[in-house]
Ligand binder design. Structure first.
Ligand code: NCD
Length: 307
């Protein structure tokens, strides 16, 4: 049987995405949860993280334990694994594949999970690769939208922040573009505008989008999902403007006053300066719901992959 990796969003079908949502809903359901409690009792899952993480690693580990499984982990892999001795990622992955039934990998290189999946005998789940993709975050973001609105189509999504290097943006756009009627506004200064590949992808798939430098009232009125991201400082390289930047488009009380009353405000977290603390109390702010949903969606992903 072919090993089922999760490397990017583009290769997921809408049927697969809906099946994850359905299973995640089951996981949330207190009556059904006990059914899954022993599912992974003979399974060992490896979390291998070459970049910092709070939510992704801990929610995956929580998901494994909730399924009755066990976790082995390399939390700070760039410093604590044999990479420091010069071992290649391929050799590290081949080794870990002998110890675990699946590998959850976060890495600073865009192609890391592609390389890992090409050598691994067990499923690899991309838990964030460079600036390229973060598919499980897109699935939990998509699930959160689906749960809130009861649909994941015919929505207007406004994305603000680091559209150049934010991998969650890329994965979520690829996911939402699969569903009919979704349209986008991308708001950023020119220095942080989205990469050509995304612009071309949307054009080729006939998905309607516009790019703006400021979040004006018209946009706020028509927005269903306002999705904010932080500047990806660790990916600035020697770009001095990036290193010195603070968010220019902050979600604060002025934005709240103008925002469509039925909209939601989302963020993959961690937040730095993009969303004022005052926004947390607004019922439209659902970023901590995203956090909660992360566990159920990752339980569903693990179940689908290791069944
Ligand atoms: C994101 C990531 O790692 O790309 N965090 C996460 O997984 N929730 C977003 C970010 O770090 O800005």
């Amino acid at each position: 049987m072919k090993t089922k990796h999760i490397i990017d969003v583009q290769s997921l079908t809408t049927e697969y995405i809906y099946s994850i949502f359905k299973l995640a809903q089951d996981m949330q359901n207190k009556e059904k949860t006990p059914l899954y409690k022993e599912f992974f009792s003979d399974k060992i899952i490896a979390t291998v993280f070459y970049e910092p993480s709070t939510r992704t690693r801990l929610s995956f580990e929580s998901a494994v334990y909730r399924l009755g499984g066990n976790v082995i982990t390399v939390e700070n892999a760039s410093e604590s694994s044999s990479t420091t001795k010069g071992e290649t990622l391929s050799d590290t992955i081949k080794t870990i594949a002998s110890y675990a039934d699946a590998i959850i990998l976060r890495h600073p290189e865009d192609d890391a999970s592609i390389i890992a999946s090409s050598v691994s005998s067990v499923p690899v789940i991309n838990a964030g690769a460079g600036k390229a993709e973060h598919p499980t975050q897109a699935l939990l973001d998509g699930f959160t939208i689906y749960e809130h609105f009861g649909r994941i189509q015919n929505m207007h999504i406004t994305m603000v922040g680091d559209l150049l290097r934010g991998r969650t943006i890329y994965s979520l756009v690829y996911l939402l573009a699969k569903f009919p009627g979704n349209t986008f506004t991308f708001v950023s200064s020119a220095h942080f505008s989205m990469r050509k590949e995304l612009r071309e992808f949307l054009t080729n798939h006939h998905v309607s989008f516009e790019e703006k430098e400021t979040l004006d009232d018209d946009i706020l009125q028509k927005t269903d999902v306002l999705y904010a991201t932080r500047i990806q400082k660790e990916r600035c390289g020697d770009d001095k403007i990036c290193l010195a930047s603070v968010s220019t488009c902050v979600i604060d009380e002025h934005v709240l006053a103008k925002l469509n009353p039925h909209a939601v405000i989302m963020h993959p977290l961690p937040r730095v300066d993009e969303i004022s603390l005052i926004v947390d109390a607004d019922p439209r702010a659902i970023y901590f719901t995203q956090v909660k949903n992360g566990v159920y969606v990752r339980m569903a992903i693990l179940m689908k992959i290791i069944h």
